[in-house]
Design a protein around this ligand. Structure first.
Ligand code: ATP
Ligand code: MG
Length: 573
């Protein structure tokens, strides 16, 4: 491609709305453009990368016998009513009506649709296992679209589904997908961790997330260096022991004017946070719920919604009016003793082992000392409602956990029969008995992966594409396009490389050399050929974007050097 003809609207300034490097660089390099919040187009350079990511995903899916098809984004309400997700998906679902007032959604995912498709076509165990996938556009009206294509409202996903005759087969399918994902993200040059995930709204049992390690990632991972334990913070089990053998003292009301935060209480009572029982007030599916956890810990909302059995969007922090209504006091003074009758109280199991807690008094400006579970209050005891923290004990081996951040680029779920049962999708087994399909579902965020790669491969000058996904492999920069010799050498090399099947850009623009150098670094082309003053002597400069080491070589050597680089990266030409 000649850069003089290329549509590549690069920006010199960092767009103000972009907070993280991948978002800034994809915009600046003219690879993506925003239409409205969370909705993007992929411009020619960006789209070439998308297609390369898709090709790798396709190859590895095809390798495990997963067959590609393409489904519609528009799905009828009835299908989603069958699984119960028409309401469970809540405000994240884009909904629309046709001219006959029939309701549809723009698919946020396709479990229902795939299950419905195969239930009408597959009826015998002999046709199983069956693996299908598509690479398709998904729609989710995210609460907080951000970071460009990382959390978008329209995005490209590879979604695959497995149908097995039994649990064992499903586990085997899950393993195959896991291995395929390992290969995909390795080929894409991502530094990633596989961690246990929360199955949440998807249903089913086991799930794992593939996290591209990045400080800017929204995902938080707890992992153990000593063993292989790793889980998202939503999922990680918290091991936290607070056994106390203090004698139970008498309850005592204490005047605590305006002391409402844990920090302020700590100072007021001159005692550590762990002595407090923190009360958090939520409204869950319309009902107030008070949750009591140790004062030095944070609540894990995912564990809370899982325990309550409600979709995430039905949980919200209570506002002041609800708090005043149930506790008869201002915010900051809620506690488990003396709440309005009938209020649901959940108690993290650790609270039941702590002695002589300080809690809110359910009276403005008062707390109560020496409160003990069982004697002074009761509630539904929930084993673990806490959010994991750095240094917590590894649930597998007992060593301290570490924390990391990542971008979730893919995940795999063992669904079991959640969808086949509710959509009545059955086959006949070896004994002629009807059984629901045992399913798995497997996603990769293709467009999010584009950004994750940039997040891991860039420097202050721009993107550094790994050769496998680079929009073009090579850029030939003609330093002075008005110079006849330089132009000729550039043209000659351009033709030679193109004929050899290399994807090459020729920077033949009538721009200053500095502009050309800046652009090629910004758009991140991995192999750079500079045709400059020594063109007449048949010498050009060869360098790689990733290490910047410049070398003068003869024009005849260029193709060979490029081939060597392909070899090193394990890429066939
Ligand atoms: P998240 O926790 O980030 O919201 P999710 O659990 O909702 O992700 P899935 O429903 O499992 O995601 O979707 C499969 C994959 O699609 C994810 O692993 C992610 O890579 C990608 N993905 C999900 N939501 C978005 C989004 N809003 N924008 C871009 N990619 C997304
Ligand atoms: Mg989500």
């Amino acid at each position: 491609m000649r850069m003089s003809n290329m549509y590549m609207p690069t920006l010199r300034e960092v767009p103000t709305e972009a907070e993280i490097p991948s978002h800034q660089l994809l915009l600046r390099a003219g690879m993506i453009r925003k239409l409205v919040s969370g909705v993007y187009s992929y411009l020619p350079l960006g789209y070439r990368v998308i297609r390369k990511i898709e090709d790798i995903v396709r190859e590895e899916m095809d390798n495990i016998g997963c067959q590609e098809l393409l489904m519609s984004a528009i799905q009828p309400r009835e299908l989603w009513e069958e699984s119960g997700r028409w309401s469970d998906f809540g405000p994240e679902m884009f909904r629309l009506k046709d001219r006959h007032e029939r309701e549809f959604c723009l698919g946020p995912t396709h479990e229902e649709y795939f299950t419905d498709l195969i239930k009408n076509e597959v009826n015998s165990y002999k046709q199983l296992p069956l693996y299908l996938y598509q690479i398709q556009t998904k729609y989710r009206d995210e609460k907080r679209p951000r970071f460009g294509v990382i959390r978008a409202r329209e995005f490209i996903m590879k979604d695959a589904y497995s149908f097995d005759k039994d649990e064992e087969g499903m586990k085997e399918s899950y393993k195959k997908m896991w291995e395929a994902y390992d290969k995909i993200f390795t080929r894409l040059k991502l530094n990633f961790r596989v961690v246990e995930g929360d199955s949440g709204a998807m249903g089913g049992s086991d799930s794992h997330e593939f996290m591209a390690v990045a400080d800017t990632g929204e995902g938080v991972i707890a992992y153990c260096d000593n063993c292989d334990y790793a889980a998202t913070d939503e999922k990680a089990k918290v091991v936290y022991t607070v056994e106390s053998n203090e004698a139970e003292k008498e309850m005592e009301k204490v005047y605590t004017p305006d002391v409402t935060t844990i920090e302020a209480l700590e100072e007021f009572f001159n005692i550590g946070k762990s002595k407090f029982g923190k009360a958090l007030v939520y409204v869950a599916a319309g009902e107030p719920v008070v949750v009591i956890i140790p004062g030095d810990r944070e609540l894990n909302e995912t564990k809370l919604v899982n325990y309550l059995g409600i979709p995430e969007h039905e949980l919200a922090m209570a506002d002041e009016s609800v708090i005043e209504e149930i506790s008869n006091a201002k915010k900051g003074f809620t506690g488990p003793v003396g709440l309005k009758d009938g209020i649901r109280v959940l108690v993290d199991s650790r609270i039941t082992k702590m002695k002589n807690l300080i809690v809110g008094g359910n009276e403005t400006d008062y707390h109560i000392k020496n409160v003990n579970y069982g004697r002074d209050f009761e509630g539904e005891v929930v084993e673990d409602l806490l959010l994991v923290e750095e240094g917590d004990i590894c649930p597998k081996c007992g060593k301290p956990l570490k924390m990391d951040r990542g971008i979730e680029v893919g995940n795999i779920f063992q669904l079991g029969i959640k969808y086949s049962e509710s959509l009545n999708a059955k086959f006949l087994d070896e004994n002629g008995k009807e059984k629901p399909f045992i399913m798995g579902s497997y996603g990769i965020g293709v467009s999010r992966t584009l950004a994750a790669i940039v997040e891991q491969h860039h420097d202050e000058n721009g993107i550094i594409w790994p050769l496998v996904v680079a929009p073009y492999h090579v850029v030939i920069t003609v330093v002075n396009s008005k110079n006849e010799e330089q132009s000729q050498v550039g043209e000659k090399l351009y033709k030679e490389l193109k004929d050899a099947g290399i994807e090459v850009l020729l920077d033949d623009r009538k721009e200053r050399a500095g502009v050309k150098f800046n652009d090629r670094d910004l758009i991140g082309i991995p192999i750079r050929i500079t045709v400059g003053k020594k063109a007449g002597e048949n010498i050009v400069e060869y360098s790689l974007r990733k290490d910047n080491e410049k070398e003068e070589i003869a024009v005849e050597e260029v193709l060979e050097r490029i081939k060597e680089e392909f070899n090193k990266e394990g890429i066939k030409l």
